[in-house]
Design a binder for this molecule. Sequence first.
Ligand code: PEP
Ligand code: MG
Length: 756
Amino acid sequence: MSTPRRLLARLRNLMAHGDAPPGSQDLPALARLVAGELVSEVCSVYVGRGGDILELAATEGLRQEAVGRTRLRVGEGLVGLCAATGETLNLPDAQNHPAFAYRPETGEDDFASLLAVPVRRAGRSLGVLVVQNRSPRRYDADEVEVVETVAMLLAELLAAGQSERAESDLSATLPRRFSAASLSPGIVIGPIVLSSTGNAPHRLLADDPDRELVRLEQAWQAMQRGIERLISDQLPEAPKAAAASTRKAADALASREILEAYRLIAADAGWLKRVTEAIGGGLSAEAAVARVAGELRDRMRRITDPYLRERLADLEDMAGRLLASLDGDAVQAPVPSGAILLARRLGPAELLDWHARGVAGVVIEEGSPSGHAAILARALGIPALGGARGVVESADPGDEAVLDGDEGQVFLRPEQELKFGYLNAIEARTARQAGWANLRDKPAMTRDGTAVRLMLNVGLAMELGQLAATGAEGIGLFRTEIAMLARGAVVDTAEQATVYGRVLDAAGNRPVLFRTLDLGGDKLLPGSPPSEEENPAMGWRSLRIGLDRPALLRRQLRALLLAAAGRPLSVMFPMVATVAEFRAARALLVAEATRVRPQPSKLSIGTMLEIPALMWQLPALLREADFISVGTNDLLQFLFAADRSAPQLAGRYDILSPPVLDLLSDLRAQADAAGVSLSVCGEAAGRPLEAITMVGLGIFTLSMPASAILPLKALLAELDLPKFRLFLEAIRRTSQGASSVREQIATWAREHNLPI
Ligand code: PEP
Ligand code: MG
């Protein structure tokens, strides 16, 4: 029998003793077994002891007096480093590692090599398992694998002990508030349900790998059938005709995109192979799936790219479904109606599942707005928050919660007053929304009759239904990279053309501004190496890649031209820093256009304005560009040198400040003089005060997320533009040097009873 299987078999015997449940009394025997099987002189178990202390709980090979005495903080010494990073350390010369912390009581002077493996469960660090040898050597892959597998068993032992302690924790009865990112707007008040992802499998080890492989295969098939059923039951069927002109059809198309992405992820990550290998090593099918999912979770913690994190979250979702399927799809407890789901992570299929079971709001600890779950939550109209760290641990099922998807807050066990405040807000909103519904078919207009064009920012076919739902006048920003990132791969020309064609079909006579791929920086496709640049947002990204490696850009341009199929086509380029870059990009488009039949009836070529340098090239740019769309998200970060994703800087620099208002006003004047159409498509365009300010500055085309359109129509209908203009001119004259004029604008809006 191979070492791992023999070791696991012995561990199984060890844990199957009589009446006592497995627990910390097993640790010395576990350390002895591992040391013996690996022929290592030392095996030690360090266990987390509350706060950030790791304590030597058992050892074979170090001095027994050190047990219960040797303590390290998380981050201190090699053991602490391993716990802090969640990464395995494999060191032939541990004592000369800069993080080494000498503990004389352990008698570890003689041991040169060290293998430290984190003991983690459901993303939490529970301890560290360490193996040491006298001779300096690097442990081979098989040895690392064995110790990692034992660490997984150890995690279950330790978690069993910890859950008893957690039950006596009284802090779980107090009100708590968490700030989080809004993934989907809206307010919900309801009881909490917790997602069970991360539950431990009941049976860890198995005698008969072949039987486990058969179980895995059957569960895999059942899971796939389940996903297909879920999607076809919940999301509307695509219509027979290709045109996706209704919201239902768009949703159906998008769900298919996501399902397809699911398949791709399953195929290219090779993770089923890793599950199979783990079964070969002696684990049960459940434990093998849980182990691979645990590895993914740890990889996820280290990845900063939000899109890649989401792809891994999808995989984890699949692992969760596979576990449920192996469990024979244990009967699910009923979900109280209007419940709020709290989850560490949530994949798209899981979200659909919970939605079908009656969940009305979602809080995810690790969700990001670009993730599949967020996209689906918006499409299904479920309020959702992401990035609410620690929320799952602070709640018990059945606790009441208030989820505020507008302000990015969740309140656990709220005080009565707060709850009543929110109940009133829900009532007021319901009344307001009833009023907004009649605005859908009316053009956006200020009180004095100035027309404003409100357009949509979208990136997936799923969102096209929003055109009809909001009465938007077109798509002011179609982020083409989003669909590719959702797919997880570069899509070929024909397929791209189909997607863009559907967008144009859905838009009908309304304009669509397609933005070419804005990849790179933090938006990476699987397989692309992560950027090693210090500042990827200012690095080799977006159009810069497109111009240096034009094949991908040209394929996309051809797809856009094919999709237009004789209709008008508008294309704009992101991250343009110089007129020369714009010319080069435009030349590629024009060259492609000469090869395509039928040619678009009208080809408009424009640029995003996201890099301040363009402001000093406007005369040339305005002669050559057909339109300009201001990307305030990036423009602000480059203007103030303030990373748009740095939470410490959020709110520090204000778009409603003299330098930005001067910039926008100047740009508007020059664009008007040149007869070039100007719009703003950053997130700010959809926010009430920012939007009226832009209109006040004379920018009459704004592109925004769908949820902002109807409220903004309602707001504009109350705005006396000539009066507001006078006020705006006055504060711009008197506020030079101020870091913000937001408060003055808000006060004016309140005094004039604007619904901000
Ligand atoms: C922007 O920068 O304002 C913009 C619309 O582009 P993105 O948010 O996709 O970078
Ligand atoms: Mg941008």
